[in-house]
Write a protein that binds this ligand. Sequence first.
Ligand code: CA
Ligand code: CA
Length: 576
Amino acid sequence: MKALTKKETNADGKRKPVAGTKQISHLQFSKEELQMKKKLVSVLLATSMVLSLVACTGGTEATSDVATGTTEGGQTTVEAPAGDYDLTSIKMVVDGTLTANLDNRQDAFIEQWQEAIKEETGRDVTLNINQLDHSGYVDAVGRLFAGGDYPDVMIMPASMYAQYSSTGILWDMTDAYNNAEFQSRMEKPEINEGLKRDGKLYGFSPAYGNGCVTYVKTAWLDAVGLKASDIKTYDDYYNMLLKFTNEDPDGNGKNDTYGTIAAGFMKTDEAPYINYLPEFWQDAYPAIYQNESGEWVDGFTEDATKQALVRLQKAYKDGVIDPETLTASTKIAREKYFSNEQSGSSGSFAYWAGTWYQTLTDNLVKNDVDTELVMLEPIAEVGAYINREAPVWVIIDDQDGDNSREQAIFDTFIDTMLDGGKVQVLWTYGAEDVHWSTKAESFVLNAGTDNEKSYEYADGEFHLKQSPNDANTLWKKNAMDPALVIAPLVGEYADFTSTSELAAQGNLFFVQHCKDAHPSPSCETLTNESGTIQDAQNRVISAVIVEGKDVDAALADYEAEAGAIVAQALSELNAQ
Ligand SMILES: [Ca+2]
Ligand SMILES: [Ca+2]
């Protein structure tokens, strides 16, 4: 259903039947089935929108619903060379990656970004940010697209990028990237080289991926007589979870705690899917991936996945996993973890490495809970934590056959993101004198408590300030993690470094204990029908783990629901 290309026509020029055609019949499905297929519908609508844009955009008429700026008056800029495009606004969609959210002075970030852009590019551009909830991001974007509401730029998690990269919706930024100003400072070109599909780059990542590590509450380990260094195998880990569940580690006299909690047993719509419960999934990779012999396979039906599902089924039955894991968002999972009320909380929690080590600790401090967290070395069966593919920034192609608008967006928004200076600082740390400063100042966090901490800075000394929405925590970073970025700050900004010791420890620990995630698959059938596969996977997860259904029976249901689609996807992938 993507824009017609040579690839999709037969020798006689007729359009080949493409995967997804039969999905038109979903319109006759029940409301419930429609709901289940919402992701698919979103993608279909999005891709058919592109098709209709291509069909109706011709000559000098700019009829695109997606077009912004000067094309809106019916005049196109077909003759205009790149660089002359009069870009006046950028509509951006983002998830929780942008830490400078509405509660944290996003207005100041926008204002300073607009000023810096004017200084650097001469362009007067209004930045409009639509920040969507992090947990439901993929669905929310699908709904925006389905409603024809396309941004100019947006962030996409890697698996979403794989899904959309072949649709024609994303602008081919290969040339723009190759000629970008930041290339002279590039330290890790392999990150974006790895994002190319058939040699073309449709999404840009300014940083590498990062991943999750398992944090454990030291006070709970002490309470049940364990040490983190003793947890070496799955049996050790499971024994720890049992003790956290059955031996009252919070000391309130009741067995009202859990071993662990996660945002979902498996995050079926976002690679690497299993990073929130690594000890249970171990060597399983329950998604379509390329195995060691180079063949694309469905890991969801492999024996390793069956064994992982059985481990999770037992853990659920034993009560060591918080049952809210089935539905919890990342926000709910982490808030339960560091809650002031530790009854109902968990001892072990796999979450993002680096900055989050500091943030989780800060929240424990704020909630007056024993604060020490220890990072668990990967147990033997896990071996290494997963370094996810980096999320990317994409530019929406308005399909008018002219690159000047998209090039202007690249130059203004993406190229400046790694300018080594003012704009990169904004993406990395936020707004000057709001999130960070070089002015002399002193302040105290958690004054009058055991966790009181004083900070004092001389004039000219770069430092992070108190978080705008919470004067008792230190601000950490904005959208780009300084430890993960692929091109450095330079000149007067070169010594702007984050001061959090735990974040640095966390990043180092992760780098020492990680392996790269399998690359996300990209083919037409997955673009159109991955929602159906995810729905079938979610039903297996829920049936086996929560309802205690036999794993083989549940996988037979999966095969009946999604088997044909998976087989088609695998055949496309293996033919590439
Ligand atoms: Ca208790
Ligand atoms: Ca265009």
